[in-house]
Design a protein. Structure first.
Length: 222
């Protein structure tokens, strides 16, 4: 308080909101994925992240990257705890859509129910570099993984198999006898996959994958 008898006046306290000049004010508008992985418990394909035009407000820090994380729920921006949430950082391209290829298959982190996309600012130019991420708001994609079919193929045959190149290569025709069509439909099966496996039947690497919709119903897959 200032004493008025000395010609000084009281001033009412004032307040103003603080704006972090390193944190963007707008999240991505949408994040989407068409899962192409044939495996249960894994995702694959192109992640699409879109940004709305209003996010280009000149008063807001620029959005230079999007960060993709595993989310704990489908209705909040809460990331998986314990440092297991981070997936990748993707360069933003202003207004519009960017894509990032996840690969053929990545394992869904235990406990994850969604993919979360966040806006990140990073300016390394000039005398005052700045970096910040908007974590209070995000775009959410609920994970829609494939279910496990309850019936396996009816059989697997190898025709005309022979070892080549001193045993380091193998040549053959592989015939997969499909499950009954009713079982395929009930399980919402979309493909048959062929894997290299070890002696304990643990999968090592994907050899081939054939979409059911590309084949005639009831025919073997070769």
């Amino acid at each position: 308080r200032i004493n008025p008898q000395y010609g000084q006046r009281d001033f009412a306290p004032s307040s103003s909101s603080l704006l972090d000049l390193a944190v963007p004010t707008s999240p991505p508008q949408k994040v989407d994925l068409e899962d192409t992985s044939p495996e249960v418990g894994q995702l694959g394909g192109d992640v699409k992240i879109s940004f709305s035009a209003h996010a280009e407000d000149s008063a807001s820090p620029t959005v230079d990257y999007y960060t993709l994380h595993w989310g704990r729920t489908v209705n909040s921006c809460e990331r998986l705890p314990g440092g297991n949430s981070y997936i990748v950082r993707v360069r933003a391209k202003g207004v519009g859509e960017v894509q990032h290829h996840l690969g053929e298959s990545i394992t869904i982190e235990k406990g994850a129910e969604s993919l979360l996309a966040f806006s990140q600012h990073e300016n390394t130019d000039g005398p005052y570099p700045s970096k910040g991420e908007l974590t209070s708001s995000c775009a959410i994609w609920p994970i829609r993984d494939r279910s496990s079919p309850f019936k396996p193929p009816q059989g697997l045959s190898i025709l005309n198999g022979q070892l080549l190149a001193n045993g380091s290569r193998f040549s053959a025709e592989v015939v997969v006898k499909r499950a009954e069509r009713g079982d395929e439909v009930a399980a919402e099966a979309t493909a048959y996959t062929l894997w290299w496996c070890d002696d304990d039947e643990q999968k090592l690497s994907l050899l081939d994958s054939r979409n059911i919709e590309d084949t005639t119903a009831g025919t073997d897959i070769r």
